[in-house]
Design a binder for this molecule. Sequence first.
Ligand SMILES: C[S@@+](CC[C@H](N)C(=O)[O-])C[C@H]1O[C@@H](n2cnc3c(N)ncnc32)[C@H](O)[C@@H]1O
Length: 263
Amino acid sequence: MKSNQYQAILDAIEKMGISKADITRKHTSAFDEFHVRGRAVSEELFSNIELNKESLVLDLGCGLGGTCRMIADKYDCMIHGIDYSDQHIETANSLSNLVGLGKQTCFKQGDATKIPYPTKQFDLVITQHVQMCIADKAKFYSEVKRVLKKGGLFIYYDVFKKNDDSLNYPLPWVDDEINNHLISSDQLKEQLHSLGFKKISSQDQTQKGIDFLNSFLAKAEDKPAILTGQKILMGDNALDKITNLYQALKSGIVGLESGVFEL
Ligand SMILES: C[S@@+](CC[C@H](N)C(=O)[O-])C[C@H]1O[C@@H](n2cnc3c(N)ncnc32)[C@H](O)[C@@H]1O
């Protein structure tokens, strides 16, 4: 039996007048990217990366696997994704099979602080909006290093703490303060440098995120149906979660940043 999450996505796409047989990655991508600016930012982040058919990629905390399908489709390569959530993994595999990318993606349940893959396996490791959920950063980033080949790339896109002001909860990745493990982007860079990574680039994504959320929240007021995908991913309080993140970004408590590091 397929999960409720997968069925809910199919139902939402079918409501848009697209029958199951006609669903492509373009339709699923409105529902399967669980980070600020969704598909647009993934396309930007991975547009200049040199990958080919032989490349092996790993997405840590892959969620429903939307970014993995985008990369697999674009580069015709094999991409693995792990996520803590069984339900997300089941949905990710079902969506890949649905859009004909089942042979190029492999999703399995796993913990990003104990990656279930051998050492020096991957050309590229990516992670988007996951480290904020992980308390043991040292273990997380040393695992990234362990599974990367020498010369491999690590690409992140995350929320970072900019000051110690208190946040309103729930947030999209966490319901309460105790499970929120934000660090500053300087702390991330220190950690990566200490592991031997070399910075290639980093980009402040905060303003683009604020602009996106501003227009998204305005649209949601007029047309609450545009929250369907977010509710499937985050639950019925998705609007509160997104509003709290928007306020935190606007008031400068947190920021968004992406970056590329080489091992
Ligand atoms: C905000 S979602 C982002 C999903 C995906 N990266 C994306 O951008 O669409 C965070 C994801 O991290 C996963 N996660 C949290 N802690 C994890 C861990 N220790 N290991 C693996 N996955 C984890 C959650 O289950 C969730 O799917």
